[in-house]
Design a protein around this ligand. Sequence first.
Ligand SMILES: *Cc1c(COP(=O)(O)O)cnc(C)c1O
Length: 352
Amino acid sequence: MFSSRLKNLVPYVPGEQPQDRKYIKLNTNENPYPPTPRIGQFLNRFDAERLRLYPDPLFLSLREKIAGRYGITKDQVFVGNGSDEVLAFSFYAFFDSEKGNLLFPEFTYSFYPVYCDLFDISYTKVPLAHDFNIDIAKIMDAGKSCGAIFPNPNAPTGMLLPLEHIKSLLAGYDENNVVLVDEAYIDFGGESAVSLIDQYKNLIVVRTLSKSMSLAGIRIGFAMGNPGLIQALFAVKDSFNSYPANVLSQEIAQIAFSDADYYNAVVEKIINTRTVLSKELKQIGWDVLPSSANFVFARKTGFKGKEIYLKLKERGILVRHFSTPGIDEFVRITIGTDQDTTVLVKEMQSCF
Ligand SMILES: *Cc1c(COP(=O)(O)O)cnc(C)c1O
């Protein structure tokens, strides 16, 4: 009944989306604030008749919007059903272990090894530096490879790699191998590598509307890079599903890109809350990694991440923990509202 491929699948485990009770939900890096009110106005006016037709398989209007926003051209932009899908297509299109292993950090987004298994790509996990940041020198020294991928800021550490380090990787790395920078969290305090795509034809930058733009529910992600790389992504997309982004999602995404002022204010609030949360956790004895994302990665001596997770869950707060040795003492806490943060710090102070 089942293919032999299925037996070998090790699926990614997404964070809980509990339906049983109301939690302060700080476990999946969703944005605590609503998307721009222009989207609600659009939905109220939307003519359902439009759903009769298929969406644009080339995402032309949305790609133009994105290109305008980043000062590039639309042939440098690809769109997919969430950045997870864009990543999956990228793994399929660019990474081939006949040339060598794919390189990614030892502690990083746990979907990467899942795609490697799905597409039969062998990989090497490159150790982080002692301070938990990505170490470019270690990636350069990792030997023969077919490409490299890492989030910037990294997940789940939240730590940012300065653009200079990415430049030096690209300058020293084989130009026939793709370097993919997954910028899911870059809006929360980093400098984007998109400025380098004209110079480096092997660089692809992947983004999502799920985090900084409060639109995890519409499933839109995109990639920016050399037109040749973008064409390859279209070839994979059109071999799998011509219409991964539906009519509503494409249009909602465009509206989001039209309200930069709103989103700048949202991001600023989240960054302020992150500063307050990090400071208050340190004051009550927690070790908090410096974060440039919409979450913090924190631990307290004497506790395991799982124990912290369970205790907070009992008290109505969801955070994420990892059982991987090396990061199993940490919990990843999404930045919520100021009110969420006050409750969280109070509970953490009384529990640990
Ligand atoms: C959240 C996240 C994604 C996935 O984003 P979607 O667009 O919602 O699929 C990709 N990469 C990293 C590092 C993430 O944290």
